[in-house]
Design a protein around this ligand. Structure first.
Ligand SMILES: [Zn+2]
Length: 428
C-alpha cells in the first residue's frame, strides 16, 4: 500500500539538527518511509494522498519508561522520596492488579491516555501479575500502538502481597514468555515482552541471574532502574558489598546488554559505571519530571550524549506527573539548564532539537527504525494542528515546533499513525 502525507515535515536525523521541510510529501510504502520530497515521486502517482495542509507532521513520541499500573496514583504522594513513596503509594496500588478485572479497567484507561498524548511506542512496566500483564499486551495490540510490556519481578524486600518466591518468580516469567512467544513474537509484531526486574533491592542475585538466562533463552530485551536515589544506592552497596558498583551488579547477573537493555534514571553513575553502560550499548531512559518530583536529582544527559550513550525520555508515571511527552521534553530542557547553572558549567544545557530528538529518534531506536522520517523508517507520525497556538505573525517551522513543545498539549494532536496506519481512539 502506498500513501503520501503532505504537510510541514519535521524530524531529526542527528541529535543536534532538525529537518524542517515546508509543504513536502512523505512517501510511505507498506508503513515504511521511502522518501521525503517537495514533489510527488513518479512511482507514487497513484498513491492515496493524505493532505495535512499547513499542519505539522512530526514523528510519534516514544516513552522509554512508564509504569502502567501506577496510573491511578498520578499526582499523588509526591511530597515523599523514592523509597517511602514506593511503600506508601506504589505497592498498595500495584497489589490490586492481581484482580484482572481491575487491571483491565485501569489498563484500558492507560492505553487510551497514551493514544491521547501521541505516544505511539512505549516501554512499560506492569506488576508481578502475569495474567493482567497479558491483558495489557492484548489491549495494546487492539489499539494499534507499539509497546514493550514487562511483567515485574520481585523476590525480596517488598510487601507480602507483591513478593514472589525466587522459584515462582522465574517460573511465572517463563510461562509468561512462553505465552508471548506464541502470541506476541512475530517479526512485525508491535507488542512484545521485555524482562523486568524492578531493581536490585527487590531481586535476589539468584533471581537476577535466572532472568538474565531467560532473556537469552527467549531473546527478549531487559528493562530496569539504576542509580535513581541516593538512599537506594546505599542500600544496594549494603546488599552487594562484593560488587564494585550498582551497575556491575546487573552486569554480573547477565542483565546489562546481553540483549537490548534500558536502564531508567542513571543520575548518580560513577565514571566507571557510565563507561560500562556505554560498552554494553545500554539505553538510558531519562525521566526528568519523576526525578524532580521524588527528589532524586538531575541526570547529566549532555555528558552521556557526548559519550555516545543511547538515550530516550520517559514519563515514569507515577513518579512522573504526566504522560505528555512534550511536557517531559520541557522538563528535560529545564533541568539541564539548572544543571549547567548550579552543578557543572562544563555540561551545557540541552537544546530544543536535542530534547526533541531524545523523545523521537533517540528513544525510538530501541524499537527498531522508529522515531524519524528518514528512508527505511517506520512511519509513526502525529499530525499537529497548532492554529490555536499561533500569534498570527509569520513563524518558521522550528519556531512552530518550539511553541508546540513549550506551550502545547494533546489538544493540538489531530491524528496519529503507527507504521503508516491511522490509529483511531481505542475502545470507543
Ligand atoms: Zn520507574
Amino acid at each position: 500500500v502506498k500513501k503520501l502525507f503532505k504537510g510541514n515535515i519535521i524530524f531529526s536525523k542527528t541529535s543536534d539538527t532538525l529537518e524542517a521541510l515546508p509543504l513536502h510529501y512523505v512517501a510511505v510504502e507498506d508503513g515504511i518511509v521511502s522518501s521525503v520530497t517537495p514533489f510527488i515521486p513518479k512511482d507514487f502517482a497513484d498513491a492515496q494522498i493524505i493532505d495535512c495542509e499547513n499542519k505539522l507532521i512530526i514523528p510519534g513520541f516514544c516513552d522509554l519508561h512508564v509504569h502502567a499500573a501506577q496510573l491511578s496514583n498520578m499526582g499523588l504522594g509526591l511530597d515523599k522520596e523514592l523509597l517511602p513513596w514506593l511503600e506508601d503509594y506504589t505497592f498498595p496500588e500495584e497489589a490490586r492488579f492481581s484482580d484482572t478485572r481491575y487491571a483491565d479497567k485501569k489498563y484500558r484507561h492507560f492505553v487510551k491516555l497514551l493514544w491521547q498524548n501521541g505516544t505511539t511506542r512505549s516501554a512499560v512496566f506492569t506488576t508481578i501479575h502475569a495474567e493482567s500483564t497479558i491483558r495489557l499486551m492484548e489491549l495494546f495490540s487492539a489499539s494499534g500502538l507499539g509497546a514493550y510490556v514487562g511483567k515485574l519481578n520481585m523476590d525480596r524486600n517488598t510487601v507480602p502481597a507483591l513478593k514472589e518466591s525466587t522459584a515462582a518468580s522465574l517460573e511465572n516469567t517463563q510461562k509468561w514468555l512462553t505465552h508471548c512467544a506464541k502470541y506476541f513474537q512475530a517479526e512485525n509484531e508491535l507488542v512484545k515482552p521485555i524482562i523486568t526486574p524492578r531493581f536490585v533491592p527487590h531481586c535476589t542475585t539468584e533471581l537476577q541471574k535466572g532472568l538474565g538466562k531467560l532473556s537469552l533463552k527467549y531473546n527478549v530485551p531487559v528493562q530496569s532502574h539504576l542509580s535513581e536515589n541516593r538512599d537506594e544506592i546505599e542500600w544496594v552497596k549494603k546488599l552487594h558489598p562484593e560488587s564494585p558498583s550498582y551497575t556491575a551488579v546487573y552486569d554480573e547477573a547477565g542483565l546489562l546488554g546481553q540483549t537490548p537493555t534500558i536502564m531508567a534514571h542513571c543520575i548518580w553513575n560513577t565514571p566507571e559505571e557510565t563507561a560500562l553502560l556505554a560498552s554494553k550499548n545500554v539505553w538510558i531512559a531519562h525521566c526528568p519530571t519523576s526525578n524532580m518530583n521524588v527528589k532524586s536529582g538531575i541526570a547529566p544527559i549532555q555528558k552521556y550524549m557526548n559519550q555516545n550513550i543511547k538515550i530516550g525520555l520517559g514519563s515514569d508515571i507515577s513518579g512522573g506527573n504526566t504522560l505528555s511527552m512534550p511536557s517531559v521534553i520541557r522538563a528535560a530542557l529545564q533541568v539541564s539548564n539548572l544543571y549547567w547553572v548550579y552543578v557543572n558549567q562544563d555540561c551545557p544545557p540541552l537544546s530544543l532539537f536535542e530534547a526533541f530528538y531524545l523523545a523521537t529518534k533517540g528513544g525510538g531506536s530501541f524499537f527498531g527504525k522508529v522515531g524519524s522520517f528518514e528512508k527505511g523508517y517506520e512511519f509513526d507520525a502525529l499530525i499537529i494542528d497548532d492554529t490555536n497556538l499561533s500569534d498570527e505573525n509569520e513563524r518558521s517551522l522550528p519556531e512552530r515546533l518550539s511553541r508546540y513543545i513549550y506551550c502545547g498539549d494533546d489538544r493540538q494532536i489531530e491524528s496519529r499513525y503507527v507504521r503508516g496506519e491511522y490509529i483511531p481512539e481505542p475502545f470507543s
